[in-house]
Design a protein around this ligand. Structure first.
Ligand code: HSE
Length: 307
C-alpha cells in the first residue's frame, strides 16, 4: 500500500468535570487526509481545503507528529500528507488533534502497522503540543481510539476506553471566533481550591459510573465543571444563556468543548440533540456571530480508512 485516505474524527474534550482527562470522538464531524509514500526522504504537507495552516512540516502539527514517529522508528522514508482541513483551527473540537493523529495513524498503516494505536499516542501528542503549548491527550486519544476515553495517568501514560450508553448524542455550536488553547490554558492557572477539587473528582467518578451503568440521571448531575468553566466562559458570547436554553430543553448537560469557543450539549438520543440544537441556534443567532451547528453520535471507531 503506497497511499491511504482516512477520516479523522473531531473530538470533544474535558466534558465538564474531566479537564485534560476526558474526551470523546464525534461520528459526523471530522477531516480527511490522504497520505502517500514519497519517492524521496522528505516530509511534505499539502492542503486542499480550509483555513490556511503552516505547510512547513516543522511548524505543522501533522508534520511534527509524523517526524516524532519516523525518528522513533528510525525510518528514513518520506511521506506526503494532504490535509482537507474541515475542522477550523482554534474551534475547540480537536482540529490540531485530528491532523496530528491522522498523520501518525496513516503513516503507521503505510509502514505495515509496526506500532499499536495506543503506542502512537505520544507521537500524536508531540504534534498536538505545538498548537496548545501543553502535553495533553484528551483530544488525540479519542481521535485515535474512538469512543469515550479517560486519561487515567500522564506519567506513565494510561488511557482507558470507557463504556457508555449507545443512545448518547451531542449538539455542538461552534461560534466563528478563535480561542487559542495555549492562551485559554493560562486562564486556568496551576492551583485549585480543595473544595472545588473535591466537587470535581466526585463528579468525574459519578460521570464514569453513570456512563458504565447507563444511568442518565447520574450522567446529568455529574456534568458540572468547577475548574475551567468559571474561568473561560466569559470568552464565549451568550454562554450562560445557551446553557440555560440547553438544560431547559432537556439536555443532560452543557459545557465548553475543550478550550472553546465550541460548546456542547450532551443529550439522550439524536432527536433530542436536534431539538436542543434548534433552540441553541435560535438563542445564539441574535448575537450576529456566524456559527456552525453539528449534531452527532459518539464515534466508536476512531480514525478509519475511507475506501
Ligand atoms: N484539555 C484541554 C484544555 C483541551 O482544556 O485546555 C484543549 O482542546
Amino acid at each position: 500500500m503506497d497511499m491511504i485516505r482516512i477520516f479523522c474524527p473531531a473530538t470533544v474534550s474535558n466534558l465538564s468535570c474531566g479537564y485534560d482527562v476526558l474526551g470523546l470522538a464525534l461520528e459526523q464531524v471530522g477531516e480527511e487526509m490522504i497520505i502517500r509514500k514519497a519517492s524521496d526522504d522528505q516530509l511534505t504537507i499539502r492542503q486542499t481545503e480550509g483555513p490556511e495552516i503552516p505547510l512547513d512540516p516543522a511548524k505543522n502539527v501533522a508534520g511534527v507528529a509524523a517526524r516524532s514517529l519516523l525518528d522513533h522508528l528510525g525510518i528514513k522514508e518520506g511521506f506526503e500528507i494532504e490535509i482537507a482541513k474541515r475542522i477550523k483551527p482554534g474551534s475547540g473540537i480537536g482540529s490540531s488533534a485530528a491532523s496530528a493523529s491522522g498523520a501518525v495513524w496513516g503513516i503507521n498503516q503505510l509502514l505495515g502497522a509496526p506500532l499499536s494505536t495506543m503506542e502512537l499516542l505520544p507521537h500524536a501528542m508531540t504534534g498536538e503540543a505545538i498548537a496548545s503549548n501543553a502535553w495533553h491527550a484528551d483530544n488525540v486519544a479519542p481521535c485515535l481510539l474512538g469512543g469515550f476515553v479517560l486519561i487515567r495517568s500522564y506519567d506513565p501514560l494510561d488511557v482507558i476506553q470507557l463504556s457508555f450508553p449507545n443512545d448518547l448524542a451531542l449538539t455542538i455550536i461552534h461560534p466563528h471566533i478563535e480561542i487559542k488553547t495555549a492562551e485559554a490554558r493560562t486562564l486556568i492557572g496551576d492551583k485549585i481550591l480543595l473544595k472545588n477539587a473535591v466537587a470535581q473528582w466526585g463528579n468525574l467518578g459519578g460521570l464514569i459510573a453513570g456512563l458504565a451503568s447507563g444511568d442518565h440521571d447520574l450522567i446529568s448531575r455529574s456534568l458540572v465543571d468547577h475548574l475551567a468553566e468559571p474561568k473561560r466562559k466569559h470568552l464565549i458570547p451568550g454562554y450562560d444563556e445557551m446553557k440555560s436554553v440547553a438544560l431547559a430543553a432537556g439536555a443532560l448537560g452543557f459545557g465548553i468543548s475543550g478550550s472553546g469557543p465550541s460548546v456542547f450539549a450532551l443529550c439522550k438520543g439524536m432527536k433530542k440533540a436536534e431539538e436542543v440544537g434548534e433552540k441553541l441556534a435560535a438563542s445564539f443567532s441574535p448575537l450576529n456571530i456566524a456559527f456552525d451547528l453539528h449534531c452527532s453520535r459518539i464515534h466508536t471507531e476512531g480514525i478509519r480508512i475511507i475506501p
